[in-house]
Design a protein around this ligand. Structure first.
Ligand SMILES: *Cc1c(COP(=O)(O)O)cnc(C)c1O
Length: 403
């Protein structure tokens, strides 16, 4: 059992609002199972299990040998990386951005997501944020002392925000609205029309739109996730986070960028100039190689790998007695609890704990992502196909053993 101290002489109260306790709890279940000699198939984390393409790793290994790469990098990112990122946005989405004023390099988009509220809001402001949502969304608001106004993502609305349900009063109080499609954890996708509608509403209320597009390249069956930067006039009111972590398996050599409205981009750039000195130049060069190779179509795309895993795992789970929806994007399955668990009155937390202990399969309870996540678990397809097949059959045996 993990014993997390929430307050103390050298522990701020805001840490207690970060919601990381449940992830520590899951880690504890896994550790307990491993200690008992259980082989745990870990489908709980959203970290790609594959390395970057050889061409990216070769660039990185070349770059780390260059003596000139070891000065402090520029906090905002090298001009070369920002220009390449702008070129890639033009190639991928037809969006035109100024690399000097409308783009800032990040140590992964997590860095930007964690700091944006500090840069663009004041304590006591409010922000519209999805529930369920990627944990740093709400955590970044707690860090900044900002109130979060929850925008529920519900099954009956296709796990998309019901924009018409956001009241005038809520729009009036909000500094920005945070969304991210394809979504982690609910794996729903947005069509361009939703982003267009959001831009119209946001302009009317002068609320910044913040779009987290970490899964732009991880979609299936020919679907290509849209960028809010494709919407005419988006630069007046929107910013978008991009990450190379999922698109190019670069989670461990972290790099991402924020692109869009220059006031908001400039605010994050100015804040970060005080916090860090940016991304290791060798990693920025590797990022340039990744984006460049993508534009030349020299990379094996990662999406088909996850699509094959999905097409193996979802039917296998159905055979095991658990019907889950087929996601159109991301590495995740957002699974309503199986009927046997529901009839036992189990929570997502309970079934997740039992599944690690009894089946050796780790998933994340939906409540880790917000109140609306209750009744669901998130399963990440971050193991090879054989392991996923094994996980499905273990889950089947586990479900059958529930009386
Ligand atoms: C993984 C992930 C990120 C963070 O990506 P990094 O660029 O590695 O920091 C951001 N948003 C979502 C929704 C993610 O799933």
């Amino acid at each position: 059992m993990v014993n997390k101290k929430i307050t103390g002489r050298w522990r701020s109260e805001r840490l207690g609002a970060l919601g990381s306790a449940i992830f520590a709890e899951i880690a504890g279940w896994k550790e307990d199972a491993l200690r008992e000699g259980i082989d745990v198939i870990d489908l709980s984390i959203g970290s790609p299990d594959l390395p970057p393409a050889p061409i990216i790793r070769e660039a990185l290994s070349r770059e780390v040998m260059l003596s000139e790469r070891y000065a402090y990098p520029a906090s905002r990112g090298s001009a070369a990386f920002r220009h390449k990122a702008a070129e890639w946005l033009r190639w991928r989405f037809g969006a035109e951005l100024c690399p000097d004023h409308e783009l800032v390099t990040l140590m992964g988009s997590q860095d930007g997501l964690a700091h944006l509220a500090l840069a663009v809001t004041n304590p006591g402001d409010a922000v519209l944020v999805p529930d369920p949502g990627y944990p740093i969304y709400a955590a970044s608001l707690a860090i900044a002392g900002v109130e979060s106004i929850k925008v529920p993502l519900r099954a009956e609305h296709g796990f998309l925000p019901d924009l018409d349900a956001i009241t005038e009063e809520q729009w009036g109080r909000a500094r920005f609205i945070l969304i991210g499609f394809p979504s982690n954890p609910v794996a729903s996708v947005a069509e361009l029309s939703l982003l267009e509608k959001l831009v119209v509403l946001a302009k009317r209320h002068q609320v910044l739109v913040v779009h987290d597009l970490a899964y732009s390249e991880l979609a299936f069956d020919g679907f290509r996730p849209p960028s809010i930067l494709q919407v005419p006039g988006a630069l007046d009111i929107a910013v978008e986070f991009h990450s190379l972590s999922k698109s190019f398996n670069m989670a461990g050599c972290r790099i991402g960028f924020l692109a869009g409205n220059r006031e908001a981009v400039g605010a994050l750039r100015d804040l970060k100039a005080n916090i860090d000195y940016g991304v290791f130049d060798a990693v920025q060069q590797a990022g340039i190689t990744a984006l460049d190779a993508d534009m030349r179509r020299q990379l094996e795309p990662v999406a088909p790998i996850y699509q094959r895993r999905r097409d193996l795992f979802v039917p296998a789970l159905a055979e095991a007695g658990w019907q889950v929806p087929l996601p159109r994007a991301t590495m995740f399955i957002w699974a309503p609890l199986p009927p046997r668990a529901v009839s036992k009155g189990w929570s997502g937390r309970r079934i997740s704990r039992e599944m690690v202990k009894q089946a050796g399969v780790a998933v994340v309870p939906g409540e880790a992502f917000g109140e609306q996540g209750e009744g669901y678990v998130r399963i990440a397809l971050v193991e090879p196909e054989e392991r996923l097949a094994e996980a499905a059959s273990r889950i089947g045996r586990f479900l059958n053993a529930i009386d």
